[in-house]
Write a protein that binds this ligand. Structure first.
Ligand code: GZL
Length: 351
């Protein structure tokens, strides 16, 4: 139990039962991704009929991947999963473009992929706005487009399918963990939260922020600081340092990815503070972050799976074969805390 909390002793983690994602108390099985309730024939029912095909007859499907950037450990693992899977041995060729977290550049990247005549596009959008014209251009060019990692709030007839995390559910998982921790430990102290947001306008940030913004007033929690750390360690440290200089009291850190969490921990240590005195909530599940859960530095990680390549490849092959694929398929995700970190660290992604 954290020193920053005034509470009567109680069995915390063992009393903790999370109704995460699928509403169960135990993490769902690893291969059980959840899909939208209304699967559609490769998009036909949603007004989208394009499916990936080897249109140039070279024996491969050429995938153009418009990646966000290289901002985090999650992104590194995500990129590697595509580069490992989309190879000729699996029937694919890969054209890879990196937007360096620049939303405008990424729109040009997709236009470049259209001009190159790739046979399917996978877009992992930096932010979720302004995409309709570009998606329409891909559709008009007859190139099927898949959205992965972060959703877009666009009409169903502009893309084939979405595969990736359910970001608001991830946030609800984290919030539920905090609610249960407070109850299990009979915490009576005011809850004052330092909130490190991801890239503003990305659905990862919007979903994770919404979950906290909805829960804070409902639980009488105070968000004493809310600012973007742009999903990077350096910016996460910089933002936390600037907050610490204000001298405000806080006892919880809600950090929307592991890299910003590392930065926050570095800032606490540089200020002579012990990270173990705070409840630290993080997102993703990089191996080093999971080890920090084992070591008692991070209290809970809401999982976000970066290894999307093979699953996107499977969706492409199913669509090519004329099979029905759901309009939305969410990765299966749960949480990591002191009750399961020692096991989870053995298979955690990245470094
Ligand atoms: C989530 C992904 C986010 C990760 C961050 O699906 O978009 O972007 O949580 C990454 O680590 O930068």
């Amino acid at each position: 139990m954290k020193k920053k909390f005034l509470a009567t002793a109680a069995l915390a983690a063992l009393a903790f039962s999370l109704t995460a994602c699928g509403g169960t108390n135990t993490p769902p099985p690893a291969d059980d991704s959840s899909s939208d309730a209304s699967p559609t024939a490769a998009g036909a029912a949603s007004g989208y009929s394009l499916v990936p095909k080897d249109t140039n007859g070279d024996g491969f499907i050429t995938l153009g991947f418009a990646q966000v950037g290289a901002e985090s450990g999650w992104r590194t693992a995500n990129t590697q999963s595509y580069k490992d899977y989309f190879v000729e041995a699996n029937g694919f060729k890969l054209v890879f473009l990196d937007a360096n977290q620049d939303a405008d550049k990424q729109k040009q990247d997709v236009r470049d992929l259209i001009a190159q005549g790739v046979e399917v596009i996978d877009l992992a959008p930096v932010t979720d706005s302004g995409w309709e014209p570009v998606l329409q251009e891909a559709k008009d060019a007859g190139i099927p487009l898949i959205v992965s990692d972060r959703q877009l709030s666009v009409s169903d007839d502009l893309y084939l399918t979405y595969f990736g995390g359910n970001m608001e559910e991830e946030g609800k998982t984290a919030v539920k963990w905090l609610q249960d921790y407070i109850t299990a430990n009979n915490v009576t102290d005011p809850i004052n939260i330092l909130h490190l947001q991801g890239t503003i306008g990305s659905t990862a940030q919007k979903g994770r922020t919404k979950a906290l913004d909805d829960a804070a007033p409902a639980n009488d929690w105070n968000i004493v600081f809310q600012q973007t750390g742009e999903f990077t360690q350096a910016k996460g440290q910089e933002v936390t340092e600037s907050f610490l200089q204000q001298g405000k009291d806080f006892n919880v850190i809600y950090s929307e990815n592991d890299d910003m969490t590392y930065g926050a921990i570095d800032a606490l240590r540089a200020a002579g503070k012990d990270p173990k005195e705070y409840i630290i909530i993080s997102f993703d599940g990089n191996k080093s972050a999971v080890q920090m859960v084992v070591d008692g530095l991070i209290d809970v990680i809401a999982e976000c799976d970066p290894l999307l390549g093979p699953q996107v490849g499977d969706l492409i092959k199913k669509a090519e074969a004329g099979e029905q694929i759901a309009k939305i398929t969410y990765s299966n995700e749960s949480y990591i805390d002191s009750t399961n970190a020692a096991e989870k660290v053995k298979t955690a992604f990245g470094s």
